[in-house]
Design a protein around this ligand. Structure first.
Ligand code: KG4
Ligand code: ZN
Length: 337
């Protein structure tokens, strides 16, 4: 079955055609980064307007590059949550309309499940495994039982990891988006230049993370954590921040590996592109880490089309009353703490 995927939850207008959940026939991503760069962050109104402008040409290009005609597509998968409401509505309403015009079924899918599915595009992975979704808006550590069944172990109690990267980079003028900018600068910096403390989480939060303390320390109180013999350069700030940001992530992951006995972790989301994250998680004992290629870590529609195939195969299509939602919703946190 050939599925057309549509993704417009944030600042990428994307469409892809994927066969049987695996074979990528086309994958088009139109990034809005240059339009938001001047503001050092995403401007929701600009994002929605660009999606409106680009969605039709991007979908046309994806179908054209797949070598198929619209008639040969079996279903349309689209992100309906979580994300920016105005952005989500563009993709969702486009997919609904296309479904209505062509009579093809459409499937509304969760963007975060799409991020986890991304690794399946390139590799056979057996369930269950530990899932790590790390992006600009989320941190979710979970046990993944199936393509649509996850058991949430931990989330963030305040900021998402990508948000912390973006805000620190914005404050110091390192560039936008902040994650890749810090990752690059950090390569030439000294991670020992500043030492930050680990967040203290209340009992019952042992799989959770917190980033607001690190963000505030790095932005407003960096002097306090600075070692006298190191120069306060952009490279050193980036390397010290990144070291601690990844240490914060690695703690609940190491605990989850121990507690669940699961030996595989699949990561997804923009922050999964981080080079230090990849290195540090690779060092956790008894754990095989699977990361998607960089182009499938950040937002794309191939992961949405791939995931959509499994819903379609199971006959679980959506009806036109499905709405968009800015929230993740629907995942259970079963309290293994
Ligand atoms: O998954 P994504 O493309 O969009 C969301 O669903 O949020 O993730 C974007 C986030 C941004 O915060 C960006 O700074 C971060 O992923 N990111 C990175 C790296 N590449 C992207 N963070 C750290 N290191 C990277 N190499
Ligand atoms: Zn994303």
């Amino acid at each position: 079955m050939k599925v057309l995927g549509i993704e417009s939850s944030c600042d990428e207008t994307a469409a892809a055609v994927v066969e049987d959940g695996k074979k990528i026939l086309s994958n088009v991503v139109a990034t809005q980064i240059p339009f938001h760069q001047a503001y050092n962050g995403i401007v929701p109104e600009i994002a929605s307007r660009k999606h409106v402008e680009w969605i039709l040409p991007v979908v046309r290009q994806a179908i054209g590059e797949s070598g198929l005609t619209l008639e040969q597509i079996d279903g349309i998968a689209v992100t309906n949550r979580p994300g920016l409401m105005g952005s989500l509505l563009v993709g969702l309403n486009f997919a609904k309309t296309l479904s209505w015009i062509t009579g093809k079924p459409f499937i509304a899918v969760n963007h975060m499940l799409g991020h986890i599915y991304a690794a399946h595009l390139e590799k056979e992975i057996a369930y269950p495994y530990l899932g790590l979704m790390v992006s600009g808006g989320h941190f979710i550590l979970c046990v993944v039982h199936n393509f649509d069944d996850i058991e949430v172990l931990g989330t963030t109690i305040d900021d998402a990891p990508g948000e912390a990267f973006d805000k620190v980079a914005k404050f110091y003028g390192f560039g936008y988006p902040g994650g890749p900018a810090i990752d690059k600068l950090a390569k030439n910096g000294n991670a020992e230049a500043a030492h930050f403390s680990m967040p203290h989480l209340k009992p019952g939060h042992s799989y959770d993370v917190s980033y607001s303390g690190l963000k505030t320390a790095c932005i407003h109180r960096l002097e306090q954590f600075w070692h006298q013999d190191f120069e306060k350069t952009p490279e050193n700030i980036a390397a010290s921040f990144q070291e601690q940001a990844i240490k914060i992530l690695a703690r609940p992951i190491a605990k989850a590996v121990k507690d669940t006995g699961l030996k595989t972790l699949v990561a997804g989301g923009g922050v999964a592109a981080n080079s230090l994250l990849r290195k540090r998680l690779g060092e956790i004992k008894d754990l095989q880490c699977i990361f998607p290629s960089l182009k499938y870590c950040t937002d794309n529609a191939a992961m949405i089309a791939g995931l959509g195939f499994h819903y379609l195969k199971a006959g679980r299509t959506s009806t036109s009353d499905v709405t968009a939602s800015p929230r993740v919703t629907g995942f259970s946190k079963k309290g293994r703490q």
